[in-house]
Design a protein around this ligand. Structure first.
Ligand code: CTP
Length: 399
């Protein structure tokens, strides 16, 4: 497929180098058309080297080829990242004052714009109106991500991660991003189990399921057949993923093991309760006098350790997560390494939680360890970005 990648003059232009890589590695022919001002951030040499094609910014180069018409007409997909406030304005008003805007006017294929700018510029009525105009004409304008901006400030206006832009753009033409998990069956568990005390109360945890859902979506986008065992998650079902809802650890264990029997990969991203009440009352527990209440808890099976031990399918890759806070007896990573050795999983994804980190947060930071506790990969960023990095590590272990 022929993709035209437009690059606007924003600091996030460097992320488009990764976007270009993703698109070319997915087997597409990409022609980069930067705006002249964007070259102050990333220069022509980078785009030419990465795309393997010449790069021009204005309509007066390669005149005999009438590039400003040809580029747009020949493209099967146009992606612009970052789309600055100025570029959105020029596109919305139909200007054709450089090669990129001219190509936008001649393109008849799907067009995706990924805006990036400061929050004030994104929220300005002029920008809002330009975005509304473009969307009303069928142009796909992504919402920018929320997070750290160029300076010390943060808010809406960040360029989404290259993987998300590539996925969203390729979805417009019905071609998924990478297909390196095609033909693979994977099971992902997500969320947090709940152990009922009585019909209205339970022991649970703060897991939102976001990282597990991001892992399931990323695997599906890369071609895998995905079963997502979801423990008490209130997120929308990811596209193309079979979701099996569960509540307790016993239910999660049964569902994971059932589907793991035919799976190439099992990723245990769920926060599984280590203990459950010894008994569950069939009617609501009543206060009994003024004293306290002592609960008797019994240990749940360790689903991950069992999977690592049993190896339900030959060659299966078993992946665990370790959410750690660190304490007096060891750092996050020290606890992670000890857990990697203890659990016997092929890979263990360690992340720091607590004090506003980990649970439900937009960003995540992880270290992937192998069975001996050695670093395989470090990744940080959105949970989608982390999910792809984890799959990159898993893929190298698939036989
Ligand atoms: N896990 C599991 N079954 C359990 C507990 C945890 O399968 N009963 C899995 C989780 O899905 C995760 C990994 O084990 O992939 C690590 O979970 P975590 O709660 O961090 O580890 P624990 O074994 O519970 O260790 P500890 O609570 O002592 O830190």
């Amino acid at each position: 497929m022929r993709i035209l990648l437009g690059v606007g003059a924003g600091i996030a232009a460097y992320k488009s180098a990764l976007l270009l890589r993703l698109l070319t590695e997915s087997g597409h022919e990409v022609r980069v058309v930067p705006t002249r001002a964007s070259l102050a951030f990333v220069g022509t040499a980078t785009w030419e080297a990465l795309s393997g094609r010449p790069v021009t910014t204005d309509v007066f180069q390669n005149v005999p080829e009438v590039e400003h018409v040809r580029l747009g007409k020949e493209a099967d997909l146009v992606v612009v990242a970052p789309a600055t406030a100025d570029l959105l304005a020029r596109a919305a008003t139909g200007r054709a004052d450089d090669l990129l805007t001219a190509a936008l006017l001649t393109a008849r294929c799907p067009v995706l714009l990924a805006p990036a700018m400061h929050t004030e510029m994104w929220e300005h009525p002029a920008t809002r109106a330009n975005v509304a105009t473009l969307r009303s004409r069928g142009v796909h304008v992504l919402d920018p991500a929320v997070g750290r901006l160029t300076g010390a400030d943060s808010g809406a206006g960040r360029l989404p991660e290259p993987e998300e832009i590539a996925e969203a753009a390729l979805a417009l033409v019905g071609t998924p991003l990478r297909q390196d998990l095609a033909g693979r069956r994977v099971v992902v568990s997500a969320g947090g189990t709940r152990e009922p005390l009585d019909p209205v109360r339970f022991l649970g945890n703060r897991s939102t399921g976001r990282q597990g859902y991001a892992l399931a979506s990323a695997a599906a986008a890369r071609g895998a057949e995905v079963t997502l065992v979801a423990a008490n998650v209130s997120l929308p079902d990811p596209a193309g993923v079979a979701v099996v809802p569960v509540e307790t650890t016993a239910e999660l264990r049964a569902a994971v093991r059932e589907h793991a029997a035919a799976a190439d990969v099992v990723v245990m991203a769920a926060a599984v309760a280590d203990y459950r009440p010894a008994t569950t009352a069939s009617s609501k527990l009543k206060k009994d006098g003024d004293g306290g209440l002592t609960l008797e808890l019994v240990q749940n099976p360790d689903v991950l350790a069992e999977l690592a031990q049993d190896r339900l399918r030959p060659g299966q890759v078993v992946v665990g997560f370790a959410a750690e806070t660190g304490d007096a007896s060891g750092s996050v990573l020290e606890h992670g390494r000890a857990k990697a050795l203890r659990k016997g999983a092929d890979l263990l994804v360690v992340n720091a939680v607590g004090a506003g980190r980990g649970f439900g947060e937009v960003e995540n930071e992880v270290v992937v360890l192998d069975r001996e506790g050695t670093d395989v990969v470090r990744s940080g960023g959105t949970k989608e970005h982390v999910a792809h990095a984890v799959w990159d590590a898993i893929r190298t272990r698939l036989v």
